[in-house]
Write a protein that binds this ligand. Sequence first.
Ligand code: MF3
Ligand code: CO
Ligand code: CO
Length: 325
Amino acid sequence: MSEVARGPRPGRNDLCWCGSGQKYKKCHLGSDEAGQTRPAPRPRRPALEPGRVTPARAVPLQIPRPDYALTGFPRGQGRDVKTPEEQARLRRACQAAARVLRIGGEAVRVGITTDDLDGICHDEIIRLGGYPSPLNYRGFPKSICTSVNEVICHGIPDSRPLADGDIVNLDITIWLDGMHGDCSATYLVGEVDEAGKRLVRVARECLERGISAVKPGRAIMEIGRAIEPHAAASGFGVVRSYCGHGIGDTFHTALQVPHHVDPRARRLMEPGMTFTIEPMITEGRWDDAIWDDGWTAVTTDGLRSAQFEHTVLVTQDGADILTLE
Ligand code: MF3
Ligand code: CO
Ligand code: CO
């Protein structure tokens, strides 16, 4: 996810962004200002606590590394439209990411720690000859991101065992053939309540709707226009601080893909563009806070957040989902 500042809203008397046909002041103005789409229910589970983080996992010397692997700082901005040769390499990286995500997801069960999941995914990434993109990216300490319950994104794998009723997002990025492939999914741990299952289902639908909105010649903001009303119709929020992003030889290019309605996202989609769509959908408020570790983004009301992510290629008439096996 790349971070953005909050966007301008419609004027009080303009039509609401949600497509209701009502004036903004009658519709979502109040909830936008409150950072939520409805009065939030109280969280029923105790707040998540950070566990112990084990040392960074080793990457064998023969595995090629991205520029930031040693310093933590990525160089270069990256271009958003890829040549056919670049597209072919990106597709391979994305297929590998999808495979690692499936293997990580199959390992999710009550009692496994997120650190164990990090180890399983790390080992598969190495076996495929890739580098785990998060490792030392801007100083991130582990090989994947694991985001449990109220964690929106960028959760650091740690010693906490997954508990019955949790939801957990695994976000996998692999650098292979000089390209980053990025995808994520949210998994149910044991028996999850109906509200949690609905949240996860709507988050998946939001990704699908966002992908369906991809067409060359359309503005990037149409993706958020397809996502936010669907979340709002279920009373859910759409996180604004983190966006989808252009991707390729650079993990996060300057291109941002907001998942809410953001009129600033005027750039037009073009064939050959590659970016991620990765909506984070919240049960209550959509605003976020960061833990003292500098990474873990959580909801401010402690309610849950769910996310799904694909890397897509803009084609002549729509989107090609690259992060499929
Ligand atoms: N995979 C995340 C994304 O979807 C980014 C993780 S960056 C890290 O953009 F440093 F936290 F790993
Ligand atoms: Co991403
Ligand atoms: Co990701």
